[in-house]
Design a protein around this ligand. Structure first.
Ligand code: ADP
Length: 379
């Protein structure tokens, strides 16, 4: 499929707006809020659905409270975000009202989405809002998030929402035209990359690690998000949110920004939940024969190909699997870590003799197994 067709065929779109776009000299960049709201309204009028993932709360709150820069301490950051979030939603509400659209505020935490029931509840709420023509405006719930349960950044949150909602594309708006060969802030000879077909180590290296003064993710987290989506068969584009009509131009097929083309077909909702919402409880190391069977042959993982187990986990746990120190994917295991240690390397026919029982032939059945590595093993 060509680039323009990906956009014209996208019925459900996630638009992530970075804090770099939403931050003006005096707090919130109202011009950007209005421009994006107007464009999203137009896209909805084209009979499409749009979910907005919006940063900007911390930046807006910082200025409102009268601080000169974003505080470093977590409680102060959380408090600042709480102040900013209210103003942010109020401005979106006003802006969307001009086009007779309603908005809803959705605040999510990562641990919420790793419970299947809460994940499904969140999804149902969002589906209902979309069916009513309401624009969900999503952000991380900064008040309850502490380090280990944070999405990390809104690029990651936007990728998870795209997967959860089976959206067709993620558009990440930043203050820059797309991914450059190097950080353009530091290198005058940096060149824009229009299309990325595979996220190789070289592509990751281009992102560097120099986020904008008020942004947190920088390009690194955008590449991470694109990688996740590519492995689920979903395209992503990074484009400049300050460019007038950027969303409308993208939707009409103009080749702007950096477009990440997925090479895989789409993952089912359940498989993407296994791969991206569950935190692996351990790692199963497999040999090259098993890697070939699982990654190229679409087979289940059998005990004979297992060469090591890291961590302790029970039956049904999400566990990553790796070959040559490279994580290849995640799956739900049929055996505990202790049992896998006993049966690793064995033929299936010998499981019963070793354990005294054999509920399954496979360590991970292929229906519960998802490949997440994007680059081929040779890389
Ligand atoms: P946002 O707030 O929109 O999520 P950030 O400000 O965190 O975005 O990240 C975007 C910034 O990343 C750019 O403004 C740029 O300074 C920086 N950056 C670093 N490396 C690159 C690169 N290779 N291409 C583009 N931008 C880069």
């Amino acid at each position: 499929m060509d680039r323009a067709s990906y956009f014209s065929n996208s019925r459900r779109i996630v638009v992530k707006v970075g804090s770099s776009v939403l931050t003006g000299n005096d707090g919130l960049n109202l011009k950007a809020v209005r421009s994006i709201s107007r464009q999203v309204s137009r896209i909805i009028d084209q009979n499409r659905e749009v979910l907005l993932v919006s940063s900007g709360a911390q930046a807006a709150g910082t200025r409102k409270i009268g601080l000169s820069r974003r505080p470093d301490e977590l409680p102060k950051r959380q408090a600042v975000a709480a102040v900013g979030q209210a103003g942010l939603i109020m401005e979106y509400e006003k802006a969307f009202a001009r086009d007779h659209k309603k908005v809803a505020q959705i605040l999510l935490t990562n641990d919420g989405l790793s419970h299947r029931k809460r994940y499904l509840n969140a999804r149902n709420t969002l589906y209902t809002l979309l069916s009513w023509g309401v624009v969900p405006i999503i952000n991380e719930n900064d008040t309850v998030s502490v380090m280990e349960i944070q999405f990390g950044d809104n690029d990651n949150l936007a990728a998870l929402i795209t997967l959860m909602m089976d959206a067709h594309i993620l558009i990440a708006l930043s203050d820059i035209d797309g991914l450059y060969t190097k950080n353009p802030a530091a290198h005058a000879d940096a060149a824009l990359i229009p299309v990325v077909t595979q996220i190789t180590k070289e592509v990751e290296a281009m992102a560097g690690n120099l986020p904008g003064s008020l942004g947190t993710g920088g390009m690194v987290s955008k590449i991470e998000a694109a990688k996740k989506l590519a492995s689920a068969g979903i395209p992503m584009v990074i484009a400049n949110g300050n460019r007038p009509d950027i969303l409308l131009d993208l939707m009409s097929g103009k080749a702007l920004g950096t477009f990440f083309i997925p090479k895989k077909s789409r993952l089912s909702g359940r498989k993407s939940w296994i791969a991206f919402n569950l935190k692996p409880k351990g790692v199963i190391r497999i040999d090259s024969g098993a890697e070939k069977a699982v990654c190229k042959g679409g087979k289940s993982l059998l005990p004979s190909g297992v060469i090591g187990v890291e961590g302790e986990f029970q039956v049904g746990a999400p566990v990553a699997f790796s070959s040559n120190n490279r994580i290849l994917g995640t799956g739900l295991v049929n055996y505990s870590a202790a049992d896998i240690r006993k049966i690793m390397g064995l033929k299936t026919s010998r499981i019963k003799e070793r354990l005294g029982y054999k509920p399954y032939d496979e360590v991970i059945h292929r229906d519960n197994l998802v490949l997440t590595a994007d680059a081929p093993a040779e890389d």
